[in-house]
Design a protein around this ligand. Structure first.
Ligand code: ATP
Ligand code: MG
Length: 246
């Protein structure tokens, strides 16, 4: 469904992504793991066309979505939903206004439906319909993530990108978010790309796991393949992360 070909991205002298290649299958959950600063968030932004790569191409359903003009880019970004690292809600807007933000602006909703109805339905999917009129500052970290997730799916995207959905949450809330990610995949049939350093959550939700290391995908495979991999960098990363989370 999504194909990244030889993607490179630098900021000044810092090479973040270097000739990266990756394919994501329709309907799968691909988890991308890697150390802090490896370029995981940059990679998600490039996939969503929020950032342009210096080199390389991205294909969505065999259509080249690299370096599009603004009108084309707007059309493509509608196919993506993104849960940003830290949820990134607007503090001065209520939950309802946050979740419905894009829909209120575009004045056109799927089947002409009332925005409030759509917002309520999406909040119900993440168990947050009771906080419609609350401000984000009155929500816990886990609730913010769930509201951010409702916002990410408000416009019915077919690809959902999650940037660190469980970071900073207690294990019970992290589990709730993991279950939601699995649920959304099963209920909506979406394709998901999840960035995390949480290996427990990676093994729970992934169809495949990829390790981002030194600007490229060093290892990619099913959970079984990743658990059995003898790659020293991957093994070191997994052991380090599992110890960190004990
Ligand atoms: N807009 C930008 N301008 C300059 N440098 C940037 C920009 N965005 C990211 N970088 C740099 O690119 C590198 C990768 O950043 P990125 O945020 O993708 O890391 P990450 O893997 O998501 O890390 P973390 O796990 O801490 O979120 C970092 O060194 C960062 O400083
Ligand atoms: Mg990041």
């Amino acid at each position: 469904m999504l194909r990244l070909k030889n993607i490179s991205k630098s900021f000044g002298n810092e090479v973040v992504l270097n000739d990266l290649c990756l394919e994501v299958n329709h309907g799968e959950t691909l988890v991308i793991v890697g150390p802090s600063g490896a370029g995981k968030s940059v990679l998600l932004k490039i996939i969503m066309t929020l950032l342009d790569p210096d080199h390389g191409q991205i294909f969505l359903d065999d259509f080249n979505i690299t370096n599009l003009n603004e009108a084309e880019r707007m059309k493509i970004t509608k196919r993506f939903g993104m849960l940003f690292q830290g949820a990134a809600l607007f503090d001065s807007l209520t939950v309802k206004e946050n979740v419905g933000f894009v829909l209120y602006q575009s004045q056109k909703t799927p089947n002409g439906r009332d925005v409030e109805n759509i917002v309520r339905e999406k909040l119900a999917l993440v168990g947050m319909e009771h906080v419609m009129d609350t401000l984000p500052s009155d929500l816990s970290g886990g609730m913010k993530k769930r509201v951010g997730l409702a916002r990410a799916i408000a416009h019915d995207p077919d690809i959902i990108l999650y940037d660190e959905p469980t970071t900073g949450l207690d294990p019970i809330m992290a589990n709730t978010i993991n279950k939601l990610i699995i649920d959304l995949k099963n209920k909506l049939g979406v394709t998901s790309i999840v960035v995390t350093h949480d290996m427990h959550s990676a093994f729970m939700i992934a169809d495949r796991i990829a390790l981002l290391h030194e600007g490229g995908i060093r290892v990619i495979g099913t959970c079984e393949e990743i658990k059995n991999s003898q790659d020293p960098i991957l093994k070191g990363f997994i052991q380090g992360e599992l110890i960190d989370h004990k």
